[in-house]
Design a protein around this ligand. Structure first.
Ligand code: SAH
Ligand code: SF4
Length: 415
């Protein structure tokens, strides 16, 4: 299907204007969401749980938060009443506050989340759920904004406001499961009947995969991302397999190996160009860590095998990086690295001067790579109508004006 014919199907989505959908407990009491088991044990110690009981209580708490989806302590019935009350008094299981939910015509959902500010006003980030037959992928943000300034990325135009905490990263998973009714015995009828949006996956779960591909550069917030993903992968909790979790980086070389050694999840690298002069322009971080240095880090990635390949992301920009010789050079560059290449049609945003490559060029590019023996799927743009596609996320604090939004819709529809 061509991008043009997809665009013809785009209808103006239902915008849910900013209004809190859910109010969780305020920030005065710290949330336990995102804490490691050791941190939970310490928290329990502060309310007088004896050392001999802490291990068991941590297990019960973990189960309550991550398996049952408790939003209050009084539903954790394995706890005695006085313990529930003591916890309620000092802590919360609060997630980020949901300010708005948008549903794309293709079933993609985007949540605008409010996070407490540090002295300033509150911050906002976005989180996107992409349902497909057999799986549901959650795209998480790691920072409010981004310090990097990739020229084709909308998030890159927003200055960094702050790093998210581990709790705010795990909190996005909990919010998605709350809104999707993805907890045992609490499936709701929230999901309208959309192409793939109304059906859970084969496993019965709505969220089966996680990608750190929302706002921010995950490797500039490494510790919080690591702690959050270890919670999400924990077998006794959310239990998303490490093979179904991917961290995407624009190429922060010193932290690449740590994704493998400290988290053990899959790596995606935003390559986007095969020559340093062009990558310097598209991904300015390339001036610090040029292509050869980046690829050396990829070759040394812990646990790299043919069964555990690195995904190289390549955004298709018309007349910029989409020629036959680019495809040839890409194959040559990745020689010897167990790799998949993910071609991403450029998603437009107001004010950008880039255009998406036309469909024929994308297909030719994909075929050239495929013939060289690589898998080269083209990532179907999802949720473009609600600005939820790759690189379109931006905090509502710098949200689009009505005019910009209209311009964007026109751009998407006439493409
Ligand atoms: N900061 C990380 C992860 C978030 S961006 C990174 O750069 O890898 C997730 C992916 O979307 C990256 O590959 C990024 O290059 C790509 N992307 C950014 N803007 C885009 C756009 N407008 N259209 C398509 N892909 C885009
Ligand atoms: Fe930041 Fe990634 Fe966007 Fe670059 S592509 S500006 S690293 S979010």
């Amino acid at each position: 299907m061509t991008i043009a014919s997809q665009a013809a199907n785009v209808v103006i989505p239902h915008f849910v204007e900013k209004a809190p959908l859910e109010r969780y407990v305020g920030p005065a009491r710290p949330t336990l969401v995102g804490m490691s088991r050791e941190e939970l044990a310490v928290a329990l110690g502060t309310i007088g749980v004896p050392l001999s009981q802490r291990r068991m209580r941590v297990q019960q708490l973990w189960h309550g938060i991550y398996v049952s989806g408790a939003t209050r302590f009084d539903v954790i019935t394995s706890f005695p009443k006085d313990l529930r009350a003591a916890l309620e008094d000092r802590f919360t299981v609060a997630r980020p506050e949901v300010m708005a939910e948008q549903v794309s015509v293709d079933g993609t959902r985007k949540w605008l989340l409010r996070l407490p500010g540090e002295g300033e006003g509150p911050h906002e980030v976005e989180c996107v759920y992409i349902p497909e037959p057999g799986r549901g992928t959650l795209c998480l943000s790691s920072q409010v904004g981004c310090t990097l300034t990739c020229t084709f990325c909308h998030t890159g135009t927003q200055r960094l406001v702050r790093n998210l905490t581990a709790g705010e990263i795990v909190g996005q998973v909990l919010v998605a499961r709350d809104r999707l009714g993805d907890w045992p015995g609490r499936r709701t009828d929230l999901l309208p009947t959309l192409p793939h949006g109304g059906v859970p996956t084969d496993s019965g779960r709505f969220v089966t995969n996680i990608v750190m591909m929302g706002m921010g550069e995950p490797l500039y917030n490494f510790d919080a991302v690591r702690d959050a993903l270890l919670v999400a992968a924990d077998n006794e909790g959310i239990a998303i397999s490490k093979r179904k979790i991917t961290v995407s980086t624009s190429g922060v070389v010193p932290n690449i190996a740590r994704i493998g050694s400290e988290i053990g999840v899959m790596l995606a690298v935003s390559l986007h160009a095969v020559r340093n002069d062009l990558r310097d322009q598209l991904v300015p971080l390339n001036r610090k860590y040029p292509i050869e240095v980046l690829l050396a880090a990829c070759r040394a990635y812990p646990g790299l095998t043919n069964a555990r390949r690195i995904t190289f992301e390549y955004v298709m920009l018309k007349g910029v990086n989409d020629s036959a010789s680019d495809a040839k050079a890409l194959v040559k560059l990745l020689k010897g690295i167990p790799a998949k290449i993910n071609l991403i049609p450029f998603n437009p945003w107001p004010g950008t001067s880039f255009e998406c490559s036309d469909w024929d060029s994308i297909e030719r590019f994909s075929e050239a790579i495929f013939h060289a023996g690589y898998s080269a799927p083209v990532r179907t743009p999802r949720g473009r109508d609600i600005l939820a596609a790759c690189g379109q996320l931006k905090s509502a604090t710098e949200k689009l004006s009505v005019r910009e939004r209209m311009a964007l819709r026109a751009m998407v529809m006439t493409e």
